[in-house]
Design a protein around this ligand. Structure first.
Ligand code: ADP
Length: 476
């Protein structure tokens, strides 16, 4: 069982109180299957209480300076507790400690950034008198918001939503993934020290359906921000119809990684490593289809193989680990299915790095495949695992066509030394985020989100703040 000074109670948090239930769910360490905790399986009634208390809290708005103080304090507390939070993330999620530390820093960055953005909420007067009337545009808090987050970044995905919700003065019901709720509980333990009035920040943990149902049925919840699979996103769109609830959806991706014939091949291979292997390849922005110009494919593949060979797979708590376990056995099954399907379709497995761990966790060895066909399962859906599937193209037009041949549109990457060409190609890529000569994903200061079936709405940047507002126009 997990022991931590940040986990005094393994409980949810409703109306300013820790809250448990008779029924519980297990949280296990994916590196070895050990039981970490039994978490409460909260129900509709408790979710309802959380929403009611959030609604009551919003009747007494919190002044902007106080909200700024909360954001700054959370940033400081995250940084001060980085080591212990990182340990909890690694235990329940599996990623290497160095990545968990980076996740804490990244999450803290959202609170720090949004603390500097509150001036965007000030009312704006239209500069010219229009028909002799005075017009003022207000950014009002959207209302009670539901934040539904996934298991791959248990702290960062929540920070992206919680920080702007707090900045705008929305009361929150947060529902973390049932596989990784302990990080949120630790965060709430820290937040409790701020003496925020009851009802503003609620944490509801348990199975998704009863909680989700309560969030969608209650009229006080005006916005639901969700990060997760496209399949679940589609279900939430249907759920939102009856009350026309606003949604912000960050869904699955299928990122192309284009390496043009004039790219710096060594740099493109080097940049692929953190992009592809962070969180064992379980990120929605990681390269899922590596598309390389035929003339440099051998050189690029060799540079990738050399680097993948050096990766060490193991328990994330061990210092030498580069790649931890996948989240569970189902995830391993999906990656194996994709790899087998690609090989059946004619792909060649160039490297399946042997596992360096004898642990019973859900590990998958880093694998490099070449000659992957466009119709393979791996190119159609997100693999979410440590696999580099390489395919070739012969022209820019073909590269663009292949990159866009997916219903998803979250992130794309492009490597070429010609910056005019990069701009031209980027303009044709139907993705919300494009990295040029970098595998860099999102940052707190920049708006990030998808197009097509990767969802709508933006996180980060000023856009990510305004997502939590309703615009009200007052004319007199
Ligand atoms: P993944 O496939 O990556 O696990 P999901 O989309 O299933 O992603 O889950 C992401 C988050 O959405 C988790 O917190 C999960 O509990 C929650 N979730 C899943 N299904 C529903 C649902 N029908 N209603 C509300 N939340 C849901």
């Amino acid at each position: 069982m997990i022991e931590s000074p940040l986990l005094n109670s393994i409980a949810g948090y409703v109306a300013g109180r820790w809250c448990t239930t008779k029924s519980s769910l297990e949280v296990r360490n994916p590196a070895n299957g050990n039981l970490l905790a039994n978490i409460p399986d909260m129900n509709q009634e408790q979710t309802h209480q959380a929403i009611e208390s959030a609604s009551r809290a919003m009747e007494r708005p919190i002044p902007v300076d106080e909200r700024r103080r909360w954001l700054t304090a959370i940033d400081e507390m995250l940084m001060a507790n980085k080591e212990e939070l990182a340990r909890i993330i690694t235990l329940e999620q599996g990623k290497p400690l160095k990545e968990s530390r980076a996740e804490v820093e990244y999450a803290a960055g959202f609170f720090r950034f949004f603390a500097t953005q509150l001036q965007h909420l000030e009312p704006r007067a239209l500069p010219e008198p229009i028909r002799n009337l005075r017009w003022t545009i207000y950014h009002r808090p959207a209302g009670v918001v539901g934040l539904i987050t996934p298991w791959n970044f248990p702290l960062a995905m929540l920070a992206k939503k919680l920080a702007p919700a707090m900045a705008t003065g929305c009361a929150v019901i947060s529902k973390p993934a049932e596989l990784t709720p302990l990080t949120s509980i630790a965060l709430w333990y820290l937040i409790e020290k701020l003496n925020i009035p009851p009802g503003w920040l609620n944490l509801v943990i348990g199975r998704p359906l009863p909680i989700g149902d309560a969030l969608f049925k209650h009229p006080a919840v005006r916005l639901i921000s969700f990060t997760g699979s496209t399949e679940t996103g589609r279900a939430l769109i249907s759920n939102s119809a009856s009350q026309i609830k606003r949604l912000a959806l960050e869904l699955g991706g299928n990122a192309p990684y284009l390496v043009m014939e004039d790219a710096d091949v060594t740099h493109a291979a080097e940049a692929l490593m953190p992009n592809k292997f962070r969180c064992a390849g379980q990120t929605c922005v990681c390269a899922n289809r590596i598309l390389v110009h035929r003339s440099i494919e051998r050189q690029f593949t060799a540079a990738v193989v050399e680097r993948v060979r050096r990766l060490h797979t193991g328990d994330g708590l061990e210092a030498q680990t580069d790649i931890g376990p996948l989240i569970n056995a189902k995830a391993v099954e999906k990656v194996s299915r994709h790899v087998n399907d690609a090989i059946k379709g004619g792909a060649t497995s160039i490297l399946a790095n042997p596992l360096q761990t004898s642990s019973k966790g859900s590990f998958y060895s880093p694998t490099v495949l070449t000659g992957v066909k466009e119709n393979s399962a791996m190119f159609q859906e997100e693999t979410f695992g440590p696999v580099v599937p390489i395919s070739t193209f012969d022209s820019s037009e073909e590269a663009i066509r292949m990159a866009n041949a997916t219903p998803y549109g979250l992130a794309a990457y492009l490597f070429t030394k010609n910056s005019d060409r990069a701009d031209q190609i980027a303009a044709h890529l139907q993705f919300g985020h494009v990295g040029i000569n970098t595998g860099m994903g999102p940052a707190p200061e920049a708006p990030f989100g998808g197009v097509k079936q990767s969802g709508f709405g933006r996180e980060g940047g000023t856009e990510g703040l305004l997502e939590y507002c309703e615009v009200q126009t007052v004319v007199r």
